[in-house]
Ligand binder design. Structure first.
Ligand code: PGA
Length: 252
């Protein structure tokens, strides 16, 4: 953790969740008691179809919501896309951009991720910019270089200290595998340093650096105690209220 930064635990529901699953968010809200609220910020990023209803259901809870992606464009002939102003209209505060599933399955480049992050910023959202190396890149000793390059290519111009970066090693997502605490420490320190070169040291010092990839209640305490880890981006475990809360408590 970074002592001066309030951690953020964000749940990425991915393509999971229908109306009945609003109950998960309600249970998270019930467990987000005063002590936890003081210690940790929480956000849930549901599928776009649920964003408006879920945000409305959380009014008064202080749990924020976010989109899982956003278009680089504000409106127009982009069938199937959801724009940043639309996310804002639905009540979102955050937009995840550059998730590895978007980079891999939809071929998103660093430049596209940057354009999306800039659209998010312009609409008043906080972008959660995801970076992370593949297994082959890690084994080839290129993890730090790849992530530095992703940061240089995808951090939006005009980013302030409210920016969020999520380091998610691709090989750790949904696999149950996690890097060692030492590897996470090395990467997060490198990310902070690279952000310092991009945004200036003072701004970079306040940016929240989340770790994501197979975060579970059983490994959260260890991962969240690593230097420069200011919270988590949680996939699978965010679909179980108790697990999500227990990860949040690990940050508290
Ligand atoms: P996971 O996913 O927690 O299921 O590994 C993390 C993510 O993709 O954000």
């Amino acid at each position: 953790m970074t002592r001066t930064i309030k951690p953020l635990v964000a749940g990425n529901w991915k393509m999971n969740g229908v109306k009945a699953d609003l109950a998960i968010a309600a249970e998270v809200a019930k467990g987000h008691d005063a002590a936890l609220r003081r210690a940790v910020d929480l956000a849930i990023c549901p599928p776009a179809t649920l964003l408006f209803t879920l945000t409305a259901s959380l009014i008064g809870s202080r749990i924020a919501t976010g989109g899982q992606d956003c278009s680089a464009h504000d409106s127009g002939a982009y069938t199937g896309e959801v724009s940043a102003p639309m996310l804002v209209d639905a009540g979102a505060s955050y937009a995840i951009v550059g998730h590895s599933e978007r980079r891999t399955l939809h071929g998103e480049s660093n430049a596209q991720v940057k354009a999306k992050a800039e659209a998010a910023l312009a609409a008043g959202l906080t972008p959660i910019v995801c970076v992370g190396e593949t297994k082959d890149e890690r084994e080839a000793g290129k993890a730090l270089a790849i992530v530095r390059k992703q940061l240089r290519g995808s951090v939006p111009d005009g980013a302030t200290a409210s920016l969020v970066i999520a380091y998610e090693p691709v090989w750790a997502i949904g696999t149950g595998l996690t890097p060692t605490a030492a590897d996470v420490a090395e990467m997060h320190e490198a990310i902070r340093a690279e952000l310092g070169r991009i945004l200036g040291k003072a701004t970079a010092a306040s940016v929240r650096l989340l770790y994501g990839g197979s975060v579970k209640p059983s490994n959260a305490v260890e991962l969240m105690n690593v230097a420069n880890v200011d919270g988590a981006l949680v996939g699978g475990a965010s679909l179980k209220a108790e697990d999500f809360l227990s990860i949040a408590r690990a940050c508290a």
